[in-house]
Design a protein around this ligand. Sequence first.
Ligand code: KG4
Ligand code: ZN
Length: 389
Amino acid sequence: MRLPHRRRALAAPTPLYPSGAPAGNAAGRRNRVTTARVWPLLAPMRVLGIETSCDETAAAVVEDGRVRASRVRSQVRDHAPFGGVVPELASRRHVEALPGLLAEALREAGLAWSDLDLIAVTAGPGLAGALLVGVGAAQALHAATGLPLAAVHHLQGHLHSVFLGPDAPDPMRVYPMLVLLVSGGHTGLVRVAAPGRQAWIGRTLDDAAGEALDKGATLLGLGYPGGPAIERAARGGDPARHAFPRGRIAGSEAPTGGLDPELCLSFSGLKTALRYYLRDHPEARGGTALRDTAAAYQEAVIDALCARVGAALGRERYAALAGVGGVARNGRLRSRLGEIAATAGIPLLLAAPDWCTDNAAMIAAAAGAGLGRPVPDPAALDVRPNWPL
Ligand code: KG4
Ligand code: ZN
């Protein structure tokens, strides 16, 4: 790793940007604007992103909102034998993979450390030990290069993922935006009033959609991760063969934390229903019947999500509907959201498949758009495993 600014970084205390504009990167480029609020929109920004919150190790370089390089090393194969993510193993794999991915991302972008303006790192939510690897790396890189740090909320990265890529929508025309955020750890509806101003309006009360698919796939013997496995197994299947529960919680006593019960959902009954169905219909695990079972289970998850999206669109006029997170890779969900948006007469913003699952490009881009938290004292930066959105 070439560290051209070491001397400079060690000789002078690193200038940080929360009290004003960044004082220029280590190469001496100076930003022209002077307020912390507007500079991210105006100053050219080359951001190195680091993401290690769960089971993908990722590094990326984003310049002015465009991805110059993105490297992701999935740990799926490491965790598959255990049917889910093993936290200690995830941390170890991050330690092994991250240095190489950082070097590759810079090489792919054709940049040196001295060309960068900012290091953006996921500080939460996620697995504490896994987050520590990324944050520790960011701290070390700050010490070595003098680059400022921004701490990024993992879900802020997902929310921003619809703005990556050449066909990015005009951010001035999409708010208020309704986002279906569906990942392995989080699931719900987020109302985004403006960049960085968002709130959950509906949520799952137990499992995330990805978790429901992962658990269903395990019961069906389809392996891990379950989302793509169920999607593959469901191809050509008849989703109407069996009606699994649609995650309703409205009318129940379940506490929703003040959220509209019609916009909340529960997946815990779904996997129980699958377990009993398989007990009573052992033939549903194999052959062509498996196709139907997988299709019916996937449809129940998607229907549950789409019903909440429809209800939210009935509550308020949104300028756009968006779908982000690992489960938004699902082809059936993407087409169902397309139908919903068309009916509502609003644009649908779907994160490109590569940006649905965890990646560092969305983290770097979010920070470049001013959606990260400046870190005035990088040495004191801590992880926030339960960081609320
Ligand atoms: O966003 P993500 O990469 O990680 C988290 O932040 O959790 O999401 C991972 C989840 C897993 O549960 C996986 O099963 C699901 O996304 N997933 C899918 C598909 N690809 C990944 N679910 C449904 N269909 C897919 N094609
Ligand atoms: Zn994620």
